[in-house]
Ligand binder design. Structure first.
Ligand SMILES: Cc1ncc(C[n+]2csc(CCOP(=O)(O)OP(=O)(O)O)c2C)c(N)n1
Length: 292
């Protein structure tokens, strides 16, 4: 699939706006993870705005592609996307992490809102994604199961047990992405427990592996296209990313794994993301995509 430069630019612009929404939402909640969501936003945008088969008006459509956010703490990225696509009213973003809200600090299953699995226990999404992929094969359905993972997850036994199953069962309707930012909750992965070489390890578990720059929209789209074409193996796109991508004061700083922007930091962030308008969170979520 050849994607035009104009479309790539449009997707980059969508990702920029989603980063703005995400930061405003987190700033309002005063609680949540900032770095991870900014880091995966380019890949998430490619998936949701270009690649995945879905219909926000019919969220339980049996033939929809499934998406599992296995590194569940990065859910602010998922929430702003689902709101932008119209899975739920954008105003809900103002209730992030509040008691009674469906938008908790980690995803809570609600298929009607596009949330396919409760996640947060690192590594679990690999196995649940496998289950959905196996079910598709048994039901003779052609949907694809996408999942997002992290290098922190690649330190979990559960992740590798799932990977072993996917490889053994040759789940070629399974496309995983892995956010390799070398940061986890307490610091830099390679100083705590290095997961490299991820490509060779995953290949040994039977995956078709591509290593890409997770912020290069053209590379992300071409990797997803290649992954879709490969038969007989599960697919993993290992993406080199920067935690906090897009805002210099957050980038590559372990502290921003789980801290929200202060008033001053939000101002700097919005300026760097070229956001000049002081709209409350969720407002632009009501606009049509063409208006972004
Ligand atoms: C099984 C499990 N163990 C520990 C945790 C606690 N935990 C939450 S996030 C995190 C760091 C994970 O690293 P990564 O996903 O790479 O984080 P990021 O890149 O977003 O900083 C840990 C250890 C957890 N959620 N699940």
């Amino acid at each position: 699939m050849q994607i035009s430069k104009a479309r790539i630019d449009e997707l980059k612009e969508i990702a920029r706006h989603l980063r703005i929404d995400c930061l405003k939402m987190l700033h309002k909640a005063k609680s949540g993870h900032t770095g991870g969501p900014l880091g995966i936003m380019d890949m998430m945008t490619a998936l949701y705005f270009e690649v995945m088969r879905q219909d926000p008006k019919n969220p339980t459509w049996p033939d929809r592609d499934r998406f599992i956010l296995s590194n569940g703490h990065t859910c602010p990225a998922l929430y702003v996307i689902l709101a932008k696509l119209g899975y739920f009213p954008a105003d809900e973003l103002s209730h992030l992490r509040q008691l009674g809200s469906a938008l908790q600090g980690h995803p809570k299953l609600k298929v009607e809102w596009g949330i396919e699995m409760s996640t947060g226990s690192l590594g679990q999404g690999m196995s649940v994604g496998n289950g959905l992929a196996l079910a598709a094969k048994l039901d003779r359905k052609d949907y694809t199961v996408y999942s997002m993972h992290s290098d922190g997850e690649a330190q979990e036994g559960m992740f590798w047990e799932g990977a072993m199953f996917a490889g053994f069962r040759k789940l070629d309707n399974r496309i995983c992405l892995l956010d390799w930012n070398n940061i986890q909750i307490d610091g830099y992965n390679d100083q705590i427990k290095d997961v490299s070489p991820l490509d060779e390890k995953l290949q040994a578990f039977g995956f078709h592996v591509q290593v890409i720059d997770g912020h290069d929209m053209a590379q992300i789209l071409s990797a997803l296209t290649e992954a879709k074409q490969i038969k007989g193996k599960p697919k993993m796109i290992v993406a080199k990313t920067i935690l906090g991508k897009g805002v210099s004061i957050f980038e590559n700083k372990p502290k921003y794994h789980g801290v929200t922007p202060s008033d001053e930091e939000l101002k700097i962030a919005l300026k760097e993301l070229s956001c000049h308008r002081e709209e409350p969170v969720g407002r632009r979520g009501d606009l049509k995509l063409g208006e972004i």
